[in-house]
Design a protein around this ligand. Structure first.
Ligand code: NBG
Length: 792
């Protein structure tokens, strides 16, 4: 490996060891790893071509892959070799690994799920492609100025991205706008604008390097060179205009995971990557097959949310306009290839485009959408409409064009049936199914938590990494004093490491024996970071009232970004920082209570925080969090959950045991019922002296003495509106936190509960989830290990 790294340094970076920077070393190491992946990748590709199997195409606007060096090293089993090689070359291995930018091509759970799925597809040996966009700028970089969120463009691609291969030969022309001619029953679309989609491939190699798939991301480029005539005339801006316009399409990730941006550019992005992906998979199919009607036997296309829902009309367009199928046959054939995952019930996140915009950007597609609507209405006259009030409703379109629609947790799937798609569900009662989300154990335990990984390996070997159910035997080891101690020690080691990092980066010193209570996720009212903060202030009040009581010391850790235009979420961020400023400086409470909010939460930060957490905050308003996947990562790493009966929390609690889970709050049914009560929030506040006191302090400027009216709006909203029922759940949340305090004071009991969590999480491996999709939706199979499938 040493020789390989030196060769890469010399021949790829053009540096010798004396003059190489950290960056050069990192690229050299990455390229050496990539070389090894390529071997597996080629072999898998060849095997797949030979077997001509059904392939899975996972279309996702987001892939939140994070850093890759350590992932690759652990999947290839090169931990010791890589570290030894780098150290023998006189370099600092950890510094090199930490030099890698965190590829943030996603907003949160949806994008990270796609990345976990890629890892599982490769580990299971299912031939698959991930298709997405190669954004030049991923999710914005967050910093705080006087406690307020500041957004800066993210710049991962200003450096070379070592993992990818550019494929200039895999280019497709993507059209927009223009008009459609009809001649003798055939349609001819003449776009007025075209851009090129160029592929960039990243090999994705699974556990033990046995199988490799491809993540193919599209970059937008101008269709022709810039305008030389204008240039020669001296009009340099005009010369570059069309080039700039084209590149805009893959320039930035939309920094919002819950609201439709309503921008033309977003629709263009969606069509751009969907169309390129479909052309690419059609090309691959037609290389080996001549009968277009057999397409569904070889192609499964999964739509990750509605973002690629234009795939329905686009596939129909290809089948009708290029392959001369009749419209109804094409719709039926496309449906057999397509399936759709719903990730949220929040109405603002269900995409709609005005017919006007759709007709302007994609005129042929609007015609086809009308045909799809017509075909569906003729068969089911009382079906809900795809086209309604001048809008194209992408959820309905995705549903109608999919043979299966899935929710992402048991509760969410039931709510999908009862709410957003109730009418379509009545018409198609077997179409909606559940596939509870999962997480890859490679990154989310093996990679991010070496201390715990080693403790587990010492007990049961490392078979669990590809078969997470094996963790269940740990449950019986809760009586084994040596194991319990080792488990608790691993947690403490991680807490010390985190405390050092927080000390170094934020200048706040933490007591590693305090309870580390962590809430990390996008900042959103429904996720209720505000309730967590109100509880923190209430606890602070109680501590100050009675400073000599036997308190359980706590560190409250927050992490997460707010969408730039989401002002309430930004107020919540500011309030957390304001409260942290006051509480952290309070000498009365001192080490008993601290709040830290490290800026720029991302995958890498999650990998630091999750292994060090004692308590995981999963406190969304019941019925609002579709699943959650952070909740799974914490429990797997031995944190206890405090949570509501929402999303996958319900199933986590069943698997780890209700006695090892701190449950509180209204159920989804009760939430809906409570909202119908006039003045429910005011009533809840009036019934809770503790909450009244906290809201009073915030409203009168206790935490913003320079600007006492800063939080009037936020507090007023809780009294008058409180759509997410912070006020109604507050008391039960506070009391449950005190139960957690008591449990934490007995380290042995706490460790046993933590072990029950790790031991019970086997089912939440994304390997299980992918086996479910393969079986129930795709009818796709592993080419690597048929045995793995049978056990599913
Ligand atoms: C998110 C949900 C989460 C869920 C992930 C992955 C969107 C639109 N939805 O609860 O909020 O875990 O999807 O399914 O990002």
């Amino acid at each position: 490996m040493k020789t390989d790294i030196l060769n890469r340094l010399k021949y790829s970076q053009g540096k010798d060891a004396e003059h190489a920077s950290i960056y050069d070393w990192r690229i050299a190491l990455s390229l050496v790893l990539r070389d090894q992946m390529v071997e597996t990748w080629f072999r898998s590709t060849k095997e797949a071509y030979a077997a001509s199997p059904k392939r899975v195409y996972y279309l996702s606007m987001e892939f939140l892959i994070g850093r890759l060096i350590e992932d690759m090293i652990s999947n290839l089993g090169l931990e010791d070799a890589a570290r030894a090689a780098i150290e023998e070359l006189g370099q600092d291995y950890d510094m090199i690994v930490h030099d890698e930018p965190d590829a943030a091509l996603g907003n949160g759970g949806l994008g990270r799920l796609a990345a976990c799925f890629m890892d599982s597809l490769a580990t299971l040996g299912i031939p698959a492609f991930g298709y997405g966009i190669r954004y030049e700028h991923g999710l914005f970089e967050q910093s705080f100025a006087q406690g307020q969120q500041v957004e800066k463009p993210e710049t991962w691609l200003t450096q070379r991205h070592a993992w990818e291969f550019e494929r200039p030969e895999s280019q497709y022309t993507i059209g927009f706008g223009g008009h459609v001619d009809h001649h003798e029953g055939k349609a001819y679309w003449h776009p007025s604008e075209v851009v090129m989609a160029t592929a960039y491939d990243t090999p994705v190699v699974g556990w033990k390097g046995t199988w490799g798939n491809t993540l193919r991301l599209w970059s937008a480029e101008p269709s022709k060179d810039f305008d030389l005539v204008s240039f020669n005339r001296g009009d340099y801006l005009a010369a570059g205009r069309s080039e700039a316009l084209a590149r805009t399409i893959s320039r930035v990730l939309y920094p919002d995971d819950t609201t439709e941006s309503g921008k033309e550019l977003r629709l263009k992005q969606e069509y751009f990557f969907t169309a390129a992906s479909l052309m690419d998979l059609m090309r691959r199919y037609l290389q080996d097959h001549d009968d277009i009607r057999a397409l569904p036997d070889y192609v499964a296309i999964q739509l990750n949310d509605t973002h690629p829902a234009i795939a329905g009309p686009e596939l129909v367009r290809l089948l009708v306009d290029d392959h001369a199928l009749a419209m109804d046959d094409a719709i039926e054939l496309a449906r057999r290839c397509l399936s759709y995952t719903n990730h949220t019930l929040l109405p603002e996140a269900l995409e709609r485009w005005s017919e006007h915009l759709m007709g302007r950007i994609l005129p042929r597609h609007l015609e086809i959408i009308r045909a799809i609507e017509h075909a569906h209405q003729s068969e089911y006259p009382d079906s809900p409409r795809i086209l309604e009030h001048g809008d194209v409703r992408m959820g309905e379109l995705a549903f109608v064009m999919a043979h299966k629609v899935n929710g992402v947790s048991a509760l969410h799937t039931e709510l999908v049936k009862e709410t957003v798609f109730a009418d379509l569900h009545r018409i198609h009662p077997t179409r909606i199914i559940n596939q509870t989300n999962g997480i890859t154990p490679r990154r989310w335990l093996y990679g991010c938590n070496p201390a715990l990984r080693n403790v587990i390996n010492d007990q049961i070997g490392d078979g669990w990494v590809a078969d997470l159910d094996q963790l269940s035997v740990l449950k019986d080891k809760r009586g084994d004093a040596a194991f319990v101690e080792a488990f608790a020690d691993a947690k403490r080691t991680n807490k010390v490491t985190l405390s050092n990092w927080i000390g170094d980066t934020m200048g706040v010193s933490l007591d590693p024996d305090a309870m580390f209570d962590v809430q990390i996720k996008r900042i959103h009212e429904y996720k209720r970071q505000l309730m967590n903060l109100l509880e923190t202030v209430a606890l602070w009040n109680d501590m100050r009232d009675n400073p000599n009581a036997d308190w359980t010391p706590r560190v409250k850790i927050f992490g997460g970004k707010a969408a730039p235009g989401y002002f309430v979420a930004k107020d919540i961020i500011r309030l957390i920082n304001d409260v942290a400023g006051v509480i952290n400086a309070d000498e009365v409470t001192g080490d008993m209570l601290k709040i830290v909010y490290p800026p720029n939460y991302n995958v890498t930060m999650a990998e630091r925080l999750i292994p060090a957490a004692d308590l995981s905050e999963q406190i969304s308003t019941a019925g609002k969090e579709a699943s959650g996947t952070g909740n799974m990562k914490f429990a797997l790493n031995g944190a206890l959950t405090i949570g509501t009966l929402d999303g996958a929390n319900v199933e986590i609690r069943e698997h780890v045991g209700s006695e090892n889970f701190f449950l509180f709050g209204l159920t989804a049914q009760e939430v809906m019922e409570r909202r119908t009560h006039q003045g429910f929030a005011r009533a809840a506040i009036e019934a809770s002296p503790r909450l009244q006191r906290v809201l009073g302090q915030i409203a009168e400027g206790r935490f913003a003495p320079q600007d006492t009216s800063r939080y009037h709006g936020l507090v007023g909203m809780l009294y008058d509106h409180d759509y997410f029922l912070v006020t109604c759940d507050f008391d039960s949340y506070f009391e449950t936190q005190r139960r957690a305090d008591i449990a934490y004071r007995d380290p042995k009991t706490w460790a046993a509960m933590a072990i029950a969590n790790t031991a019970g999480m086997g089912w939440f491996s994304s390997d299980r989830t992918i086996q479910g999709y393969a079986r129930d939706i795709w009818n796709a199979h592993s080419l690597m290990n048929p045995k793995l499938e049978k056990s599913a």
